[in-house]
Design a protein around this ligand. Structure first.
Ligand SMILES: [Zn+2]
Ligand SMILES: [Zn+2]
Ligand SMILES: [Zn+2]
Length: 448
């Protein structure tokens, strides 16, 4: 991998270990293989132009790019300052780049996931964008979409599919219910007639007759007297007080405390109440475990191939446990729940390299066939953890399954992979109405 320095040679000092760096004054036209950019141009505008060029480039967009000086777009498009372990990180990047199973030219989703996966720790950052009706923007993704209004729906669909998730909550914004613009004006209006011609007013309340009117109505040649009963008002709290009503409608003359809040959309002119607005959270996005899996496999599939058993979501699995447990209690059936974990998977991936680790995990999951049946239900609980429901498994069968899993686990020691598992028989009276806690208790045994 080449290290390209664009700008002054002085910034070479920021690299802890002097590395062979190719220096350029501008971006080269062609780069063979992969590259890591270090930008240190004369002015910030030039740096932003370089960042945009690289991130828009069909082949360079995911390459590591470091900036020495900040520029308006550097927090959103660059990878920051070169890290201390630059060489190790570059090596990891290179490894992942070699085993890339996703074609980033296929579409936006592939491109974004590739960008996030190739350099761990990357996030898609939201930036305030006051001119835009959305109020926020994702400068990186905005470089890739043609139509500005496609960006948010696309990100939300990726979030729904579980490929990306919020890393940090940046803000909560409200949009017009008609045109989805965030350019809104909030204004107090009269609760009686709806007019916005209202103003705060200092009102007085005469204790003698109960009359309420503006202070000017009470003022007569420098003294306060009630225009209704003509009594002199000398002491506040004794003769009069200031009522809470402190807004006056200039259209219908109503006096009120809290105005009704009207929201007027500055784009469409549509008027609505605050409750009618669309509320959205703005987040920085990162890759999820499923997103990582997608990148490793080149498709959205779980660790365990489909043929092993029926796959269900976590929610469905919990529901199944509760239902089957109730049935088992009533009809004296017995089932088995198995939790399976690849221990220290992260370390294994680090030691073997991702490609090799995946090959071995695949081989191991193939071997699971000898333990499982087609009717067993599998839930992909976490990146390194699987839950199985083995229906109608008699209690005396537990030792057979335990034996098979131990054998499988021992086979793996030569493969650097370690398999840990826990079994729990159903019915279990402690599994009453919260399967989440029951499963977490089962998984909690792994750490002990
Ligand atoms: Zn009075
Ligand atoms: Zn009014
Ligand atoms: Zn609108």
């Amino acid at each position: 991998m080449k290290l390209l320095l664009i700008g002054s040679q002085a910034s070479n000092n920021i690299l802890r270990h002097p590395l062979p760096v190719l220096q350029y004054t501008s971006l080269p036209d062609v780069i063979h293989g992969t590259a890591c950019f270090i930008l240190d141009p004369a002015d910030p505008q030039q740096q932003d132009a370089l960042l945009i060029h690289i991130r828009q480039h069909p082949h360079w967009f995911a390459f590591p790019v470091f900036t020495v000086q900040p520029s308006p777009l550097s927090p959103y498009l660059s990878d920051g300052l070169p890290p201390d372990d630059l060489l190790i990180r570059i090596e990891q990047f290179e490894q992942r780049y070699q085993i890339l199973k996703v074609d980033p030219e296929k579409g936006l989703t592939e491109r974004l996931l590739t960008y996030l996966w190739l350099w761990p720790g990357r996030t898609l950052m939201a930036k305030p964008h006051p001119e835009s009706p959305r109020l926020y923007d994702y400068p990186l993704a905005a470089l890739w979409v043609d139509q500005d209004n496609e960006l948010f729906p696309w990100l939300h669909s990726l979030e729904r599919e579980g490929l990306i998730e919020g890393a940090t909550l940046v803000d909560r914004v409200r949009y017009c219910s008609v045109c989805h613009s965030g350019h809104l004006n909030y204004v107090e209006a009269c609760p009686e007639c709806g007019s916005i011609d209202v103003a705060a007013e200092s009102a007085l309340h005469c204790f003698a007759c109960g009359h309420v009117a503006t202070q000017t109505d009470f003022l007569h040649s420098g003294h306060l007297s009630c225009p209704n009963c003509l009594s002199q008002l000398r002491h506040i709290g004794v003769d009069y007080d200031r009522p809470l009503e402190n807004y006056r409608c200039h259209s219908c003359h109503a006096l009120f405390v809290d105005g009704a809040v009207k929201v007027r959309c500055l784009e469409s002119g549509h008027e609505q109440t605050p409750e009618q607005l669309i509320v959205r959270s703005i987040r920085h996005y990162k890759l999820t475990d499923s997103g990582v899996m997608y990148m490793r496999n080149g498709a959205q599939r779980n660790l365990i191939p489909e043929w092993i058993g029926a796959h269900v979501t976590e929610e469905h699995f919990y529901w199944l446990l509760l239902w089957q447990n109730k049935l088992a209690l009533r009809h004296q059936n017995s089932h088995l729940v198995v939790a399976l974990r690849y221990t220290e998977l992260a370390t294994v991936i680090y030691q073997l390299g991702e490609a090799e680790a995946i090959t071995r995990i695949d081989a191991l999951t193939q071997r699971l066939q000898s333990v499982l049946r087609v009717t067993d239900v599998c839930c992909h609980y976490r990146d390194d953890m699987l839950l199985f429901f083995l229906p109608n498994t008699p209690a005396n069968h537990v030792s057979v399954i335990t034996g098979k899993l131990i054998a499988l686990s021992e086979e793996q020691t030569t493969q650097h992979l370690r398999l840990d598992f826990r079994l729990r028989a159903l019915p279990d009276p402690t599994l009453d109405d919260n399967a989440t806690i029951w499963v977490q208790q089962l998984l909690g045994e792994f750490t002990s």
